[in-house]
Design a protein around this ligand. Structure first.
Ligand code: SF4
Length: 332
């Protein structure tokens, strides 16, 4: 899907890299290959990991809170993040470890396990787009929801295609979209396509949550967080759930410390002051930022411990039982 011929080369139009691929070569992600003038994907039906997780683990805090999601991934990535927490899926994977599934198998499994959400996650779903697309289409017929956890580097055409079948997306931002960090530590030339992608998901009415990984020294400027928050409130909505994530030393960046919890609390507080209604701190349990509070009166409408929901205290139509304000939450 999403490619065109240019002489003997192929232009891949799936992600914003738009690789021009020579005959016999693969794109930057290594999983899309030009074979005799046709673009093939190596990831279709090749599932490297699959589990049933709380939806909060993705994270989604406002999309069917307390639900389970059949979560799966193939291999490969269109980024090269040096701090990837799933590098055994994205970079150092063994293709032979993947198991074969059809889209029908995945939907059948979700039905057997009585799970009403399929999450395309762990690795980057962009690079197993065709499999996700076909699975999502079938899942829709069974009233199963589909969600992506993505780096947000899809082209507008890709968003348009998957947008019809996607119910929600979490877009993972690294270091508040600091362009230098993206270049140096993720091998991503430009952050603009991520902003375009977010606007397109919004246009296609895909429910959106955003994470922002705060990496000590290289992506922890409060000023960058302010710019990102202002962009979200101006271009999407102040009701987008916003998760500030603690960095944990991983993959090639093991010499950096975990993010200081105090800095995360400061950034979370400031993000709320700037108008964000629902701000969370992820990867640390027990902070004041794991419950959902009514933006109007501060009443705790969802109480959590880490990724586990303890109580949902919402009135009819997802209104705060204390003041009646409407909370931006999707659920039955
Ligand atoms: S998905 Fe992105 S990285 Fe992979 S071949 Fe296509 S444009 Fe290149």
């Amino acid at each position: 899907m999403l490619w065109s011929r240019h002489g003997k080369k192929i232009k891949c139009e799936l992600c914003a890299r738009e690789c021009l691929i020579e005959e016999g070569q693969s794109g930057f992600c290594k999983v899309r290959v030009n074979k005799n003038g046709t673009l093939y994907t190596k990831t279709f039906g090749k599932i490297l990991t699959m589990n049933i997780d709380p939806i909060e683990k993705k994270p989604f805090f406002h999309f069917y809170p307390g639900s389970q999601a059949l979560s799966l991934s193939s291999f490969g990535c269109n980024f090269r993040c040096q701090f990837c927490i799933n590098s055994d899926i994205s970079q150092n994977y063994k293709e032979r470890d993947a198991r074969n599934y059809t889209p029908e198998d995945i939907v059948k499994l979700a039905n057997q396990k009585k799970v009403k959400i399929i999450a395309y996650t762990y690795g980057e779903p962009t690079v197993f787009f065709e499999f996700a697309y076909k699975t999502a289409r079938i899942a829709r017929r069974y009233n199963i929801k589909n969600v992506f956890v993505t780096n947000g580097y899809l082209t507008s055409e890709a968003v348009k295609k998957i947008g019809k079948y996607l119910d929600a997306v979490t877009v993972d931002i690294k270091g508040s979209l600091n362009p230098e960090l993206y270049k140096k530590y993720c091998s991503v030339p430009d952050v603009e396509p991520i902003l375009t992608c977010l606007k397109k998901f919004n246009k296609h009415r895909v429910f959106t949550e955003i994470t922002n990984l705060i990496i000590p020294k290289i992506g922890d400027k409060e000023e960058d967080n302010r710019k990102l928050v202002e962009w979200i409130t101006n271009n999407l909505s102040s009701s987008v759930p916003y998760h500030l994530l603690q960095f944990t030393p991983s993959y090639k960046l093991t010499d950096l410390p975990p993010t200081d919890p105090e800095l995360l609390e400061k950034m979370a507080f400031r993000s709320k002051q700037l108008g964000m209604r629902y701000v969370y701190i992820g990867n640390i349990w027990g902070t004041d930022y794991e419950n959902t509070y009514c933006y109007n009166c501060g009443y705790p409408v969802i109480e959590r411990t880490g990724m586990f929901v303890n109580n949902i205290n919402l009135g009819p139509s997802n209104r705060c039982p204390n003041c009646g304000a409407k909370i931006n939450i999707k659920r039955e």
